[in-house]
Design a protein around this ligand. Structure first.
Ligand SMILES: NC(=O)c1ccc[n+]([C@@H]2O[C@H](COP(=O)([O-])OP(=O)(O)OC[C@H]3O[C@@H](n4cnc5c(N)ncnc54)[C@H](O)[C@@H]3O)[C@@H](O)[C@H]2O)c1
Ligand SMILES: [Zn+2]
Ligand SMILES: [Zn+2]
Length: 387
C-alpha cells in the first residue's frame, strides 16, 4: 500500500510498497484511512532534529473507517467511522486508569507513552498511508457519526484540538482570566480557541507568520502579537495595562526562533533559542500564575544550537519562576481525556476548529506539502492528506 516514508532530513517519499497492516492481536482493528494530518511534531523528525531513522512511516493524526475487526473487539464493527488519539494506550495500566493515556506503561516497553508513526513511541506504523492497525481498539477508537460530515473538524480531534485544550488545562485557565499563548501554529491557535470556548477574558497570541496571527484574531478573538516587530513580553504588558497575564501556554517548543538572532533563512537553526519561549512566559505571566507547556522538548537534539541543548538541557530562568511562585505543567496530551467532549461540541455546533485547515491534498502530494508546511509558508496552516 501507499505510505509516507521518512528518508532523511527534509525528505519524505510516498512509496507504494509499504507493508499492509494486519490484525496482530484479538483487540486490534484495521482501518481504511480517510484523513491523516501533517503535524508540527512531524516537522521535528522531518528536519532531522530527533533520533528518527529513515524508514519510519509518518502519521499520528488519523481517522477512517473500520475494515477488519479482531475476535476480541466488542464495541466496533466493520464500517464504523472512527478517529484515533495520536496516543496508543492500553486503558488499564496505572497511568491510563487515572486518565493519563499519554503515558501508558504497557504499549512501549521501557517508556511511558506510545504513538503512531513517531520516533521512540513504539512499534506503531503511522497512518499517512492507506491503512492503519489500531491496537487496544475498543479503548482507543472514538466513534463518529456516519457519513462524511465534519471530516476536517473531526480529524483535528486526533491531536491539535485536544492538545490546545490540554495547554489551557495545564495552565488551569478559569473563566474570566487572561492568557498569553506563544505560537500561532495549529496547537497554539487551538489553545487560543479553547481559551475562548472556556470563557477567557483577554487572549494574546504570539507568532511571526501574519496569516496565522490573522486566523487567531478572527476566530479566537485573540490579540495578535508579532515577536519580530518588538519584544513580545513588552507588547503584551503594554496592551494589558502594564501587568502580567494570569495564565500562559507554550505551543512552540524547543525549536523556537529568537528574533535577536540572525541566520541564512527564517528557519535556520542558527536563529533558534530553545529556552526563549519558557523564559518569555515567565516574564509574561503574573506572579502566582500558571504555565501550560505543550510545545515539545526532547532529551536529545542532533541539530541543537549548543552542546547543552543537544542533551535537552536548557538555560531556564528558574530563579525568576520561583520568585514569582508560578506553577507549570508539561507533557504529551492525554487525548482521550478530552476528545469525546470536544467531538460532541463539534456535533452540537458549539465548536468548529476546521477554520484552521488550509489544505486537503492527495497523499501522493505529501512530499511537497511537508516542505511547504515546514517553511511555515503564508496560508499553509494545517494540511490534511487523503489516500
Ligand atoms: N504536547 C503534545 O501532546 C503535542 C501535540 C502536538 C504538537 N506538539 C508540539 O507543539 C508544538 C507546536 O506544534 P504545531 O503543530 O502548532 O507546529 P508549528 O511548528 O507549525 O507551530 C509553531 C509556531 O511557533 C511559531 N514560533 C516560532 N518561534 C516562536 C517564538 N519565539 N515565539 C512565538 N512563536 C514562535 C512558529 O512561527 C510557528 O507558527 C510543536 O513543538 C509540536 O511538536 C505537542
Ligand atoms: Zn500531531
Ligand atoms: Zn496504559
Amino acid at each position: 500500500m501507499k505510505g509516507v516514508v521518512y528518508q532523511g532530513p527534509h525528505e519524505v517519499e510516498v512509496q507504494d510498497d509499504v507493508d499492509e497492516p494486519e490484525l496482530q492481536h484479538p483487540n486490534d482493528v484495521v482501518i481504511d484511512i480517510t484523513t491523516s494530518c501533517i503535524c508540527g511534531s512531524d516537522l521535528h523528525m522531518y528536519e532531522g532534529r530527533t533520533d528518527a531513522e529513515p524508514g519510519i512511516v509518518f502519521g499520528h493524526e488519523n481517522m477512517g473507517i473500520v475494515s477488519e475487526v479482531g475476535d476480541g473487539v466488542s464495541t466496533l464493527e466493520s464500517g464504523d467511522r472512527v478517529v484515533l488519539p495520536f496516543n496508543v494506550a492500553c486503558g488499564f495500566c496505572r497511568n491510563c486508569e487515572s486518565g493519563k493515556t499519554g503515558f501508558c506503561t504497557n504499549v512501549n516497553p521501557g517508556f511511558a507513552g506510545g504513538a503512531y508513526g513517531y520516533v521512540a513511541m513504539g512499534p506503531y506504523q503511522g497512518g499517512q498511508a492507506e491503512k492503519l492497525r489500531v491496537p487496544y481498539a475498543d479503548f482507543n477508537a472514538l466513534k463518529l457519526p456516519e457519513g462524511d460530515e465534519h471530516e476536517d473538524a473531526f480529524s483535528l480531534l486526533a491531536d491539535i484540538f485536544p492538545t490546545g485544550w490540554h495547554g489551557t488545562r495545564l495552565a488551569n485557565l478559569q473563566p474570566g482570566e487572561s492568557i498569553a499563548i506563544y505560537g500561532a501554529g495549529p496547537v497554539g491557535t487551538m489553545a487560543a480557541y479553547s481559551a475562548k470556548l472556556q470563557g477567557a477574558s483577554d487572549i494574546y497570541i504570539v507568532d511571526r507568520v501574519p496569516s496565522r496571527l490573522e486566523l487567531a484574531e478572527e476566530h479566537c478573538d485573540a490579540h495578535p502579537i508579532n515577536f519580530e516587530e518588538a519584544d513580545p513580553v513588552e507588547q503584551i504588558k503594554d496592551q494589558h495595562g502594564g501587568e502580567g497575564v494570569d495564565k500562559g501556554v507554550d505551543a512552540v517548543g524547543y525549536q523556537a526562533i529568537d528574533s535577536d538572532k540572525e541566520g541564512d533563512s527564517d528557519y535556520d537553526p542558527a536563529r533558534e533559542n530553545p529556552a526563549i519561549v519558557f523564559n518569555n512566559l515567565v516574564q509574561t505571566v503574573r506572579a502566582t500564575g500558571q504555565l501550560g507547556i505543550v510545545g515539545l522538548y526532547v532529551p536529545s537534539d542532533p541539530g541543537a544550537p549548543d552542546e547543552m541543548a543537544a542533551e535537552g538541557r536548557l538555560g531556564l530562568d528558574f530563579g525568576k519562576l520561583f520568585e514569582k511562585g508560578q506553577k507549570l505543567g508539561t507533557g504529551q496530551c492525554d487525548v482521550k481525556s478530552y476528545n469525546r467532549r470536544l467531538r460532541d461540541m463539534i456535533i452540537e455546533g458549539r465548536a468548529d476548529p476546521s477554520f484552521y485547515v488550509s489544505h486537503r491534498e492527495s497523499l501522493d502530494d505529501a512530499a511537497e506539502m511537508y516542505q511547504r508546511f515546514d517553511d511555515r509558508e503564508e496560508g499553509v496552516t494545517k494540511v490534511l492528506l487523503e489516500p
